[in-house]
Write a protein that binds this ligand. Structure first.
Ligand SMILES: [Zn+2]
Length: 385
């Protein structure tokens, strides 16, 4: 059973058109929760407990993206549009964890959506030592982190290192349904670096979370003997008529810092979502790179985002896709009623601001309480009838 908490109606307010910066698509969101500057976790909990008793909180979880910690002076991003506060991001991670730990109830888990340290660490030969610094902060969280691998994980480390590191959280996978299911729903090939990094877990009855590997195909890893390299090479030859060595734009999102999905992973995802459909679950899928062109700028989309989107949209169980990678953040509600939320990047949050959130999960909706640059949102589930 869940805990009887409910959002105060006063907390949920309709956004005005001015706040939206003009007319937003009507189906974009039914309601939005304005960020409450300076509201600390205890005050937030008090507001949540001003319940009218009509709604029961099932559980909550934390979300954070693109920490990209490095012991380096602040500098502009590659486009010269926003500052990156490399050292400060560790302080922000620390304060996010402090806030989550004060929440009542504590979030059941945290989704760390990838790019935990920056690629500058590879050049500075500080990858391992600074990853340890970040993981030391994360150990202070009173709930498990689920770590997604983004492009910066692959700039800093090879897949074998990642597989044997604390960034591999596959041990948190739900293995309980394997025996009863007729199809293979787990990805147990932990020791095989050619295997994609993806798994699923169920934190609450009839809810499932699915991590997907948006760098299953990529040009970051250069192991020419690997099955991944060969599949990437074939994918690009067919799709973009380019080899990984001569990779140039085919579409705006065919860029080296994005990646794609191999056939095995898409088939696995399809099987798993079929199980969830039959089991009448609600499913949140999450990965590093966005997969909907309206959820943020096209340059940050997965290469074959259409293939992944088609799988998600074929299953009524899917209610939300969470990503990072595009530090500006973004949102859209797609034509099938799936919410696509791109979380704002922590590394581009200046001192005095922030970028993380807590998602409160109810029977009919999820409510994202964003801090700082992270927008608060109410995400009603699509009907799965
Ligand atoms: Zn990224």
């Amino acid at each position: 059973m869940g805990i009887s908490l409910c959002l105060s109606p006063a907390w949920i307010e309709k956004r005005t058109l001015e706040e939206q910066g003009g007319a937003a698509p009507q189906d974009q969101m039914r309601e939005s929760v304005p960020t409450v500057p300076g509201l600390v976790a205890e005050e937030m909990s008090q507001k949540l407990q001003q319940s009218d008793g009509k709604s029961e909180l099932y559980f909550s979880f934390g979300v954070i993206a693109d920490i990209q910690y490095a012991d380096t002076d602040d500098r502009l991003n590659a486009w010269g549009t926003r500052m990156r506060y490399y050292r400060h991001s560790l302080c922000l991670l620390q304060s996010a964890i402090e806030e989550w730990n004060k929440e009542i109830p504590c979030p059941s888990f945290v989704l760390q959506l990838g790019d935990i340290i920056d690629s500058l660490n590879y050049k500075n030969k500080t990858s391992k030592i600074l990853l340890k610094c970040v993981l030391k902060q994360i150990e202070k969280m009173n709930a498990p982190f689920h770590h997604v691998w983004g492009n910066h994980e692959l700039y800093n480390f090879n897949r074998m290192f990642l597989t044997n590191s604390a960034l591999n959280t596959k041990h948190l996978e739900d293995k309980s349904i394997e025996a009863s299911a007729n199809t293979k729903l787990s990805c147990h090939e932990d020791a095989n670096p050619d295997h994609f990094y993806a798994y699923h877990f169920s934190p609450f009855t009839k809810f499932r979370f699915v991590m997907i590997d948006t760098y299953d195909l990529n040009t970051v890893e250069k192991d020419v003997s690997s099955a991944r390299y060969k599949e990437t090479e074939e994918f690009l030859r067919v799709k973009a008529n380019r080899s990984p060595d001569r990779f140039q734009d085919y579409e705006a999102h065919f860029l080296n810092f994005n990646g794609g999905f191999g056939k095995d992973q898409l088939d696995w995802l399809d099987r798993l979502l079929t199980f969830s459909d039959e089991n009448k679950e609600k499913v949140v899928v999450f990965g590093h790179v966005p997969i909907h062109p309206e959820s943020k700028k096209r340059a940050c989309l997965a290469w074959n985002y259409r293939d992944a989107l088609a799988v998600l949209q074929a299953h009524k169980c899917v209610v939300c896709y969470l990503a990072g990678h595009d530090h500006e953040g973004g949102y859209c509600l797609d034509s099938h009623g799936i919410h696509h939320v791109t979380l704002e990047g922590l590394v581009e949050s200046p001192p005095g601001s922030h970028a993380f959130g807590t998602m409160y999960v109810y029977e009919d909706r999820m409510v994202l309480h964003g801090r700082g640059r992270t927008r608060s949102r109410v995400l009603y589930y699509r009907s799965n009838e």
